[in-house]
Design a protein around this ligand. Structure first.
Ligand SMILES: [Zn+2]
Length: 318
């Protein structure tokens, strides 16, 4: 690791097949179909070859099922950080009562800890859902950071596209009306900052999923893949531009990946509604390789926990 390169973090939200089906309103999710046994070894192998340690956000419901235990343990055994991604992966977490939020977080923590030996210190809300209550409970439970914000104006557009592909009832849509965030999210900070929480001295470090400086458009891997389908050259140029803007503005980015960035059309049939699911895993891995080469040539890649610790040494308080 070069000391000259600034810090940047990398995470993967381990959203499972059933959670995509559930949010999308598809039948069959109730048996919690899983692709963790396919995708986790692939991701671990990819990271191991590059010597990277990252943060995996795990859903409690997955940790509760025996069929996923081997895959989840393998992540921790490989030295990666495990974060809490809620128990039910419901993007309407912000509508839960205080007690429901508390129970959800505690249950997930216990399952993760008993399975991996790691007590999560970081949280990412499903579908970027967040509320003051969630933040307060995180501080109360001793969390170090939250990573649930996506500062972009494009959230409502992504949601509209998503709704177009579903057959959800008006009531089901109502629950999902904050999926991918609000328009005002575009004004939130894109840099790490210390969040003050009333009554808690330490507060929480907020690690936004970094969007492109000035333009506030996403550049996480799923988004790059979406552009890659239109033009491979454009996708790489776009990512290079995002990284270059981070460098010149002194923004220390946090990049996000998803299992579907590693899974091709040959792996799963159920998610054909999803953008970029018509690409093979081979092509996706090639793009991921290029993206991470660019990322690591500019930054020292660390886990989100290490990234949060890096901030506490700087004066970047809001
Ligand atoms: Zn998720």
């Amino acid at each position: 690791m070069s000391k000259n390169k600034p810090l940047a973090s990398l995470s993967l939200d381990l959203d499972n097949l059933w959670s995509y089906m559930k949010t999308h309103g598809d039948q069959g999710w109730e048996s919690f179909p899983s692709y963790l046994d396919i995708v986790v070894p692939r991701v671990l192998d990819f990271l191991d070859k590059r010597g990277l340690k990252i943060t995996f956000f795990i859903v409690g419901q997955d940790a509760a099922l025996e069929k996923n235990h081997k895959a989840i343990r393998a992540i921790a055994d490989a030295g990666h950080e495990i974060g809490n991604h809620s128990f039910n992966h419901e993007p309407w977490l912000h509508l839960y009562s205080e007690q429901q939020i508390e129970d959800d977080l505690a249950r997930t923590e216990q399952l993760i800890e008993s399975l991996t030996g790691q007590k999560p210190v970081g949280f990412r809300g499903p579908g970027y859902s967040l509320s003051e209550t969630v933040l307060r409970i995180l501080a109360q439970r001793g969390y170090k950071y939250d990573a649930s914000t996506l500062p972009t104006f494009l959230g409502p557009l992504a949601r509209a596209y998503y709704f177009m592909t579903t057959k959800l009832s008006p009531e089901e849509r109502e629950f999902r009306k904050q999926l991918f965030g609000k328009l005002s999210d575009g004004f939130k900070p894109i840099r790490l900052y210390q969040r003050k929480i009333d009554g808690y001295d330490n507060g929480l470090v907020e690690i936004p999923v970094t969007t492109m400086p000035f333009f506030r458009i996403p550049f996480h891997v799923s988004y790059i893949l979406y552009i890659y389908r239109l033009s491979p050259l454009l996708a790489k140029t776009y990512f290079r531009m995002a990284i270059w803007l981070c460098r010149i503005t002194g923004t220390s980015p946090s990049l996000l990946m998803h299992p579907l960035d590693f899974l091709g059309s040959e792996d799963i049939k159920e998610l054909s509604f999803f953008p970029a699911m018509n690409l093979s895993s081979k092509r996706k891995l090639q793009l991921l390789n290029d993206v991470l080469n660019i990322y690591s040539s500019h930054f020292t890649i660390v886990t989100l926990c290490q990234h949060a610790s890096g901030l506490s040494q700087e004066e970047n308080y809001l």
